[in-house]
Ligand binder design. Structure first.
Ligand SMILES: Nc1ncnc2c1ncn2[C@@H]1O[C@H](COP(=O)(O)OP(=O)(O)O)[C@@H](O)[C@H]1O
Ligand SMILES: Cc1ncc(COP(=O)(O)O)c(CN)c1O
Length: 563
């Protein structure tokens, strides 16, 4: 059957056979017929505008209630060059006009520019509308639908306080009357002007742009399926904690710039009358951590078994190239830890140098993992790479005593030795050095672990100053793995927060370590049972459970400034 072979009379004749059938069957039939027409016309004309649009017209005209889907009708007039008659019928000024148009014999009699299918639909709409009015309600509806409709109507009435949901509501606006003694509820004109001017100043100020910017870390470390070392140990605390620490640091900077960030996340101009709240959900300021997994192991190497893959230097380069090609290689920090391969480490150095050229303020935080307590646990050939290439480009390093001694060639037997070693390390490059653990005796007794830190600053006049601190924390009789990685990540975070206050940064960092370790050991003892030493899986750091302590550590140890 082709369109040309169907006359209006034929369509009407076929409709006649349906007169006694139910309305829904008729509608189904019409839809099918129209689909057949549309498909055939499309096949024949390929690009014909009106049949291409017919399915839309069908949808808007098969509404059982007899009303017009105004959105569809509007769409028809937007991009459907329908005849004037269709537009007139579908877009009457109001419901009454629509009904009148639909009920008018003109539709059938005078608008000869309608094609047969359009005319057929318009007539059916007219019929439905008449029947709808005569019937006083829905036509041929299923009981389920009536029930659903009445439930939905009741629900809306409950929600909106009853009333007639089928008519447009009336609004009455009454002028608010303020008693003279009432406190002003609205900001004054001057205040609003000040606020608008202030907002535009804020939007263009570097403080605002800085506050809105993210802080991005590239962390090149191990990944383990089970447990917490490397990236598993560093990423979560950095992302989590910094959402607070960064907020505070940046809020302080914004406040210095004369701005206030109110609790709602709205930016408001500083006003002496206005209270400031904590920075709310308006700006998200957590560290973004981009992780490159130097290895992917089943678990850390302290377990009886471990399996996995090692990323080669070339593979590292490929990943970095991908980042670079997209021009998203702008980083504020690079964080690295345990590595066993010299060419991989050399590639890290190349990447750090390139990233530093892109951002001269980039801070490289490096844990020079070489060994502990007199023995190396990485291949010997890594040592010259750390000493000659890695440490010189690092800004913050976190060696243990053994590593610090190895890198400088000087033993530490006293606190004075430790200070000299840290000075030697400064001379190699890094401005911040923390010796994470040492065998030095603590004044608090032999159950305390002594750590030392040193930070160099350049004064505004160009001269140098160095702050040195000693920290003593309770020693726990167990071997934890992943603590070095967590430590480096936390030092990164807290030095970011307190860039010129190593004492404070250390107190926060060591306090986080204390809380995580205490939680881990109590849980491990519980798992192991009385009198039994916890196993490596039982000693996995209780990282997620320590979220609150990581975010806002209660200070448990005070750092002593030693010079
Ligand atoms: N047995 C422990 N008792 C108390 N604190 C510990 C213990 N082991 C690690 N830590 C904490 O973790 C930090 C990092 O230590 P560690 O893992 O030994 O570093 P690294 O891996 O660099 O040698 C220490 O400074 C300390 O705060
Ligand atoms: C795979 C892996 N990554 C990283 C580390 C480093 O752990 P830590 O933070 O305790 O130095 C280890 C410990 N050997 C490890 O096995």
């Amino acid at each position: 059957m082709t369109l040309e072979s169907v006359t209006l009379a034929e369509v009407e004749a076929s409709l006649g056979t349906l007169e006694n059938e139910s309305l829904s069957e008729t509608t189904d039939y019409l839809e099918k017929e129209a689909e057949i027409f549309a498909e055939e016309k499309r096949m024949e004309m390929m690009m014909g505008w009106h049949l291409k649009r017919e399915p839309r017209l069908q949808r808007s005209t098969t509404v059982a209630t007899g009303s017009i889907d105004v959105d569809s009708a509007a769409a028809v007039t937007d991009d459907f060059p329908a005849s004037a008659a269709v537009k007139e019928v579908l877009l009457g000024q109001d419901e009454g006009a629509q009904t009148a148009a639909l009920g008018s014999e003109d539709v059938k009699g005078t608008h000869t520019d309608l094609d047969p299918v359009q005319r057929l639909f318009l007539e059916k709409i007219k019929d439905y509308d008449n029947m709808h009015r005569l019937n006083g309600g829905l036509l041929e509806t299923e009981p389920d639908y009536v029930k659903y409709l009445s439930e939905e109507t009741a629900k809306l009435q409950r929600l909106y306080g009853g009333g007639d949901l089928s008519s447009f509501p009336e609004f009455t606006f009454t002028e608010a009357v303020f008693a003279k003694s009432d406190p002003p509820l609205l900001p004054s004109h001057d205040f609003v002007i000040e606020m608008i001017n202030g907002l535009s100043r804020i939007a263009s100020s570097s403080a605002y742009r800085e506050a809105a910017m993210e802080c991005r870390v590239l962390s090149i470390q191990s990944h383990v399926v089970r447990g917490y070392v490397g990236n598993k140990s560093a990423s979560f605390p950095l992302q989590d904690k910094e959402s607070q620490a960064c907020q505070q640091a940046r809020r302080r900077r914004c406040e210095e710039a004369g701005l206030r960030l109110a609790a709602t996340g709205f930016l408001l101009v500083t006003s002496p009358k206005m209270e400031t709240g904590s920075l709310g959900a308006g700006l998200v300021l957590g560290f973004e951590v981009d992780s490159i997994n130097s290895v992917q192991f089943s678990n850390h190497t302290g377990y009886s078994h471990w399996k996995g893959q090692v990323l080669t230097a070339d593979e590292l380069h490929v990943l970095y190239e991908g980042i670079k090609l997209n021009n998203v290689h702008q980083y504020d920090y690079v964080l690295t830890g345990y590595t066993r391969d010299t060419s991989f480490l050399e590639m890290v150095v190349d990447i750090v140098q390139e990233l530093k050229r892109a951002n001269p303020n980039l801070v490289y935080v490096c844990d020079p993992v070489l060994g502990d307590h007199g023995s190396m646990y990485v291949p010997q050939n890594l040592y010259p790479v750390y000493k000659n290439k890695v440490v010189p480009v690092a800004d913050i390093i976190t060696p243990n005593q053994f590593e610090a001694e190895l890198l400088t060639g000087k033993n530490i037997s006293t606190e004075k030795d430790a200070v000299e070693v840290m000075d030697l390390l400064h001379a190699m490059g890094p401005d911040t050095v923390v010796i994470t653990s040492s065998d030095l005796p603590s004044r608090l007794g032999d159950r305390f672990l002594v750590s030392l830190g040193s930070q160099r600053h350049v004064r505004p006049d160009g001269s140098r100053t160095t702050q040195r601190v000693r920290i003593e924390v309770p020693k726990v009789d167990a071997v934890f793995v992943g603590t070095g990685d967590l430590f480096a990540a936390m030092l990164l975070a807290w030095t970011h927060h307190y860039p010129n206050d190593l004492k404070m940064a250390c107190e926060k960092t060591f306090s986080v370590m204390h809380h995580v370790i205490q939680r881990t050991i109590s849980y491990a003892h519980e798992l192991a049972g009385p009198g039994r030493r916890p196993s490596p899986p039982q000693l996995e750091l209780r990282m997620v459970q320590s979220k609150a302590d990581i975010e806002d550590p209660a200070i448990v140890t005070e750092a002593t400034v030693i010079s």
